[in-house]
Design a protein around this ligand. Structure first.
Ligand code: NAI
Ligand code: MG
Length: 338
């Protein structure tokens, strides 16, 4: 069989890392039909808009996309493509794994899956200024909206993820002591869902500020974590920082209508076109895509190949202290995965 996948090469280093990722995916023996579409600056240049209808239609049809990083133009009228995609496909879950790969890092035994709610909370963008006297911006107000259904969906996703991937524990991260309603609802729903999984998946809950501290002191206590939008935004960057940073951090955006896989990092304009970018994060994102497609064995083979290339073969790009080019690294991973 052939898998139909929308492929967005992206801006900056996007085309370089995506080319190597496609090579490794094809080396697994799976067959793909790549529906190549534009987004970001590449799309602005070609079509005048950062998210062309053809791209949205392609993702709608395939329900699956592998996406390179996009440059967000600052100070123009274009809204963020990433936010646009999130809304269009109801990408409610942002899943970011962080695993110690390279020995000698700050931590040797981090293996965390952070599940962030992606559509609700403070990030819905309902905010305004209030005028007092002649100061039109005397007060800023923002609304956080959290729904029972939204909490239930993301928390259940985290527990199901734990079951499916043989994970032991889910930590529900909140601030219900202060935000009695918007965070209290999340905790209440979380405890309810946790009770349903009792005996199958362990669960605990933790206040977000303490969680931030625990993560840098004793990250090995965490397995799967689930939290609301803004806490997840902040903690997911913290988590990727525990294991060597951006070159190794993949992410998945899972929705009701599609799933989009990408590296956490951006388009890295400072090194674009030099052939030195690390394609690992994009490859690990592609492995998450294989998981999502049910190709669990090949997904694991791909993750192992990336790790073994770095650790055993000592073939590393510059960000990890090596001198391998993007292409040399890609060739080495493809050889291992084949
Ligand atoms: P960035 O992640 O592109 O770069 C930060 C630093 O990390 C740079 O020094 C870069 O060279 C390095 N770096 C990133 N990825 C690397 C890789 N694979 N290998 C080696 N080094 C790597 O963040 P920055 O500079 O803040 O953003 C650049 C552009 O990317 C902006 O337009 C931003 O809006 C966009 N962006 C897009 C994202 C997406 O499409 N998902 C996510 C984050 C940023
Ligand atoms: Mg963020």
């Amino acid at each position: 069989m052939t898998y139909d996948v929308t492929l967005i090469h992206g801006d900056g280093i996007g085309p370089e890392i995506t080319a190597q990722t496609v090579k490794v995916l094809e080396a697994t023996g799976l067959r793909f039909h790549w529906d190549e579409e534009l987004a970001g600056m590449a799309a602005v240049d070609a079509t005048g808009t950062p998210l062309p209808d053809a791209t949205v239609e392609s993702i709608r049809k395939n329900a699956l996309a592998l996406k390179g990083p996009l440059t967000t133009p600052i100070g123009t009228g274009f809204r963020s493509v990433n936010v646009g995609l999130r809304k269009e496909f109801e990408l409610f879950a942002n899943v970011r794994p962080a695993r110690s790969l390279v020995p000698g890092g700050r931590f040797e035994n981090v293996d965390i899956i952070l599940v962030r709610e992606n559509l609700e909370g403070l990030y819905i963008g309902v905010e305004h200024f209030v005028q007092i006297g002649d100061d039109p911006r005397a007060v800023a107000e923002s609304m956080a909206i959290v729904t029972r259904a939204g909490c239930e969906r993301i928390i259940r996703y985290a527990f199901e993820y734990a079951l499916k991937h043989g994970r032991k524990k889910v930590t529900i991260v909140h601030k219900a002591n202060i935000l009695k309603m918007v965070s209290g609802l999340f905790l209440e729903v979380g405890r309810g869902v946790a009770a349903e999984y009792a005996g199958r998946v362990e669960a605990n809950d933790m206040i977000v500020d303490n969680t931030a501290m625990q993560l840098v002191m004793r990250p090995e206590q965490f397995d799967v974590m689930v939290t609301t939008n803004m806490f997840g935004d902040i903690l997911s960057d913290e988590v990727s920082g525990l294991v060597g940073g951006l070159g190794l951090a993949p992410g998945a955006n899972i929705g009701t209508k599609a799933a989009i896989f990408e590296a956490v990092h951006g388009s890295a304009p400072d090194i674009a076109g030099q052939g030195v970018a690390n394609p690992s994060a994009q490859m690990l994102a592609a492995a998450m895509m294989l998981d999502h497609m049910g190709e669990l064995d090949r997904a694991q083979r791909m993750r192992d190949a990336v790790a073994d290339t770095i650790v055993r073969d000592n073939i590393r790009t510059r960000d990890l202290g090596g001198s391998a080019s993007t292409e040399e690294f890609g060739r080495a991973v493809a050889r291992r995965v084949a």
